[in-house]
Design a protein around this ligand. Structure first.
Ligand code: ZN
Length: 293
C-alpha cells in the first residue's frame, strides 16, 4: 500500500512538472509563432511586380507596416521531432567541421555548452573573454552555414524550379544572383539553384585560407568582417525564402520550432554585432521585431 502511495505521489509530481514545462514552452513559443504566422500571411498575398536584389521598397515596407497583430494568441503544439527529419544527411552540403583542439573548436564547444546549460540566446552570443571578434564571427559563420544547409536540405524536395521559379521572399522581394568573381550582371535564378550557388559560394569562402586562415590569425580584421557581413547578408536571404515560401512545410514536418530557434540565434548575432544593414533584413522585419523586442 505504501509503495502504491509513493508511486502515486511521484506520478502527480511528474505530471505537475510536465505541466509547468508545457506552460513555460507555450509562453516562450507563442510570440515568435504569432509573428511567423503573420509573416506567412504576407506570402499568401497576390503577386506584385518583382524588385531586384532584394532592396527594400515602399511597397514592401507598407505591407509589413500594415500587418495587423494577430488577434488570437497562437500556441505552438509540442511535437516530438522524428530524427530522420533533421538528419545531417539531408544537408545541401556536408557540414563544415571545426578542427579539433583549435581556438575555433574551443569556441564552438563553448557555444554548445552555453546552450545545453539553458543560457538565454542573448547571453550565448556575447563575445567570451580572451577571444577576438574575428574568431567569434568566424565560428558563427560556420555554425550558421551548417544550420541553413540542413534546414534548406530538409525541405529541398518542395523547393523546385516549378514551385519557386525565382528566389523570392514573399511578393515584394526577388533576389538576383551576382557571383562577385565575374563582372556579369545579376541574374534571376530558380530558388533552389540560387540557394545551391549561394551555399557553394559560402563553402568556397570557408575553404579559402586567405579568408578563413587555418591558424585563426586574422591579419586584416576589417577585410574579414566585411566578407563575413556579405556571407550573413546572403544567408539571411535563404531564411527569408524559407519563411515566406516554405513555412507550411516546416510546420508539416514539425520542424518549425527548430527553424525559429536557428533564426533567432542568427538574427540576434547579426544585430548584436551589426553585421548586416537593416534594409537587407526588411523581408522579415516583423518577425525580427518580435524576436528582438
Ligand atoms: Zn522555394
Amino acid at each position: 500500500m505504501d509503495a502504491q502511495v509513493l508511486v502515486g505521489r511521484r506520478l502527480e509530481a511528474d505530471a505537475r512538472d510536465l505541466q509547468r514545462r508545457v506552460e513555460t514552452f507555450k509562453t516562450s513559443a507563442a510570440p515568435i509563432t504569432a509573428a511567423v504566422v503573420a509573416v506567412h500571411k504576407i506570402s499568401s498575398q497576390p503577386e506584385e511586380p518583382a524588385h531586384s536584389e532584394g532592396e527594400s521598397t515602399d511597397t514592401a515596407n507598407q505591407a509589413l507596416l500594415e500587418l495587423a497583430e494577430p488577434t488570437e494568441p497562437v500556441l505552438a503544439n509540442i511535437h516530438i521531432l522524428p530524427k530522420h527529419v533533421l538528419h545531417e544527411e539531408r544537408s545541401v552540403l556536408p557540414a563544415k567541421k571545426h578542427a579539433y583542439g583549435t581556438r575555433t573548436w574551443n569556441l564552438h564547444r563553448h557555444i554548445k555548452n552555453s546552450m545545453a546549460n539553458g543560457l538565454d540566446l542573448t547571453e550565448c552570443i556575447q563575445l567570451p573573454d580572451g577571444y577576438q571578434l574575428t574568431e567569434w564571427v568566424a565560428v558563427h559563420v560556420v555554425d550558421f552555414f551548417n544550420e541553413i544547409s540542413l534546414l534548406f536540405g530538409t525541405i529541398s524536395e518542395f523547393c523546385t524550379a516549378k514551385t519557386c521559379p525565382q528566389m523570392t521572399a514573399g511578393p515584394c522581394y526577388t533576389y538576383l544572383w551576382a557571383d562577385g568573381a565575374q563582372h556579369a550582371p545579376p541574374i534571376a535564378l530558380p530558388a533552389p539553384e540560387y540557394v545551391d550557388r549561394l551555399l557553394h559560394w559560402v563553402q568556397d569562402q570557408l575553404d579559402t585560407p586567405q579568408v578563413f586562415p587555418l591558424d585563426g590569425n586574422y591579419t586584416d580584421s576589417r577585410a574579414f568582417l566585411h566578407v563575413a557581413g556579405v556571407i550573413f547578408k546572403r544567408l539571411f536571404r535563404v531564411y527569408a525564402h524559407m519563411y515566406h515560401n516554405h513555412l507550411e512545410t516546416y510546420a508539416a514536418l514539425h520542424a518549425e520550432a527548430h527553424l525559429n530557434f536557428c533564426f533567432k540565434r542568427f538574427i540576434l548575432f547579426v544585430k548584436e554585432f551589426e553585421m548586416v544593414d537593416q534594409k537587407e533584413l526588411n523581408a522579415l522585419r516583423k518577425l525580427i521585431q518580435t524576436i528582438t523586442s
